[in-house]
Design a protein around this ligand. Structure first.
Ligand SMILES: [Zn+2]
Length: 155
């Protein structure tokens, strides 16, 4: 059985076998609605604060500026703009990747999403580039951010 008291922090080690799961992360009310809309309707939802005239993506239940409780979900479309990006030459496990991959923060309304950029050589990506989400086919969506395959340039 796993015990946090048996870890020696002075000596790095590795774990063989299963890791115990003691809790689950929940998306919360606003993000759950975001993921359901993405899965079932192929929409990216934001939430509007009429007091601040801002639309947050992804949606949150309270305005981060004025703390008003928010309820006005809005379809913000599938388009955005690259706010910043990086080029990764490694896979998630740290191994070298076969091809460089562009990861970007895509500004959508007054927020945005971090996701992959595809359909363009990495050296041609630039800040301010207009991009659009490419979604998985409806039957393959699971209510995850990976229901968006990637963002690709448009226009
Ligand atoms: Zn507000």
């Amino acid at each position: 059985m796993f015990s946090p008291f048996s870890i020696n922090f002075e000596s790095p080690t590795q774990w063989h076998g299963d890791l115990p799961v003691t809790s689950r992360y929940t998306a919360g009310i606003a993000l759950e609605r975001f993921f359901i809309a993405l899965r079932d309707e192929g929409k990216i939802l934001g939430i509007r604060c009429s007091r601040c005239s801002k639309t947050y993506v992804p949606p949150t239940l309270f305005c981060p500026q004025c703390l008003t409780e928010l309820q006005e979900f809005v379809d913000v479309g599938l388009h955005g703009e690259i706010y910043t990006y990086t080029i990764s030459y490694r896979n998630l496990d740290g191994s070298l990747s076969n091809a460089p991959q562009v990861i970007a923060f895509i500004k959508i309304a007054d927020g945005g999403i971090i996701h992959k950029i595809e359909g363009i050589p990495p050296h041609q990506v630039f800040i301010g580039m207009k991009v659009a989400a490419v979604l998985k086919p409806t039957a393959e969506r699971s209510g995850s951010i990976l229901d968006i395959c990637a963002f690709k340039p448009f226009g």
